[in-house]
Design a protein around this ligand. Structure first.
Ligand code: C2E
Ligand code: CA
Ligand code: CA
Ligand code: CA
Length: 281
């Protein structure tokens, strides 16, 4: 028994060391990532379900590390948030997205609304809102072409600087979307939804939207759509992969969506070729 316990202890120590080592490696790699040009944005279309026209896109961060490995954002964003690197990385994301919009405009294309993901930590940085407005103004881009996707975690500090920054940005026309709706601190989010233009329904609800006998998930989806509509918000369903899901959501009153059915996140050049058209004269 003693022997087995010893092995178990060693096993846990190894497992813990692996987790710690991975964290430390990610942090060390991330410190260099911006300077080494290892970050890129991919773009995923958001569609109107009624006529399958483009309503905008979401910019999603991609990191290919020094050894050429793609590290998924779900692994490095939490590390970046806990060590503060999310601030310079988020700054890079905003600049890269705005530069891309400018490039599309210069190429004579109709610039779509672009959404970027913003962490509550970034929003709470002093000067976040004025710096972002300045970045838009310097490029001559209308504020309403930019959307920020924020998760329910922003409501954890209701009196905080993050919500103050959101209020300021919205008053100047920047669009706000509440991301992953329904997954987190929902009771707080329900109280705060009216601060947002768009509700993004998490894909966990979308996954079962077309399953037979899913009266419960249909009822939840219908309630979310009804609430959003009552507040005059747009609703975007995330993670639509099948025709039947799109059809079920449309029947429940959801007017737009995003997912592999319409296109996975793709490099800017592919997005441009597949989704963008020339600006009307
Ligand atoms: P998210 O904001 O909820 O982004 C949607 C995620 O769902 C993306 O994963 C996207 O590739 C994936 N997705 C889109 N359509 C489908 C579908 O039809 N089926 C399935 N199964 N998945 C789909 P990704 O790109 O791996 O990003 C993961 C998360 O990382 C994002 O979730 C977001 O929370 C975070 N993230 C990504 N880029 C940034 C960024 O620039 N800043 C911050 N703070 N977070 C980011
Ligand atoms: Ca998002
Ligand atoms: Ca989401
Ligand atoms: Ca998410």
């Amino acid at each position: 028994a003693k022997h087995a316990g010893g092995n178990l202890a060693r096993f846990y120590t190894h497992a813990m060391n692996d987790a710690v080592r991975e964290r430390v490696n990610i942090e060390a790699g991330l410190r260099q990532a911006v300077a080494r040009g290892e970050l890129a944005l991919h773009f995923q279309p958001k569609m109107r379900l009624g006529d399958s026209s483009l309503m905008g896109c979401e910019a999603l961060l991609r990191w290919r590390d020094a050894e050429g490995r793609q590290i998924p954002p779900d692994r490095f964003i939490p590390v970046a948030e806990s060590c503060g690197l999310i601030v310079p990385i988020g700054q890079w994301v905003a600049d890269a997205a705005l530069d891309q919009m400018l490039a599309w405009r210069s190429a004579g294309l109709k610039v779509p609304r672009v959404a970027i993901n913003v962490s509550a930590i970034q929003l709470a940085q002093p000067g976040f809102a004025p710096l972002l407005l300045d970045a838009l103004a310097r490029r001559g881009l209308p504020n309403s072409l930019l959307e920020l996707e924020v998760t329910e975690s922003v409501f954890l500090h209701p009196e905080g600087a993050a919500l103050e920054a959101l209020r300021m940005l919205r008053s100047r026309g920047v669009r706000l979307a509440l991301d992953d709706f329904g997954t987190g601190y929902s009771s707080l989010a329900y109280l705060g939804v009216q601060a947002f233009d768009t509700l993004k329904i998490d894909r966990s609800f979308v996954a079962t939207a077309d399953a037979p006998g899913q009266a419960r998930s249909a009822a939840i989806l219908r309630a979310m759509v009804a609430m959003a509509t009552a507040f005059g918000m747009d609703v975007v369903a995330e993670g639509i992969e099948r025709d039947a899901q799109r059809d079920a959501l449309w029947r429940l009153g959801c007017e737009s969506g995003q997912g592999y059915l319409f296109g996975a996140p793709m490099p800017a050049a592919d997005f441009e070729a597949r989704c963008l058209s020339a600006r009307p004269p």
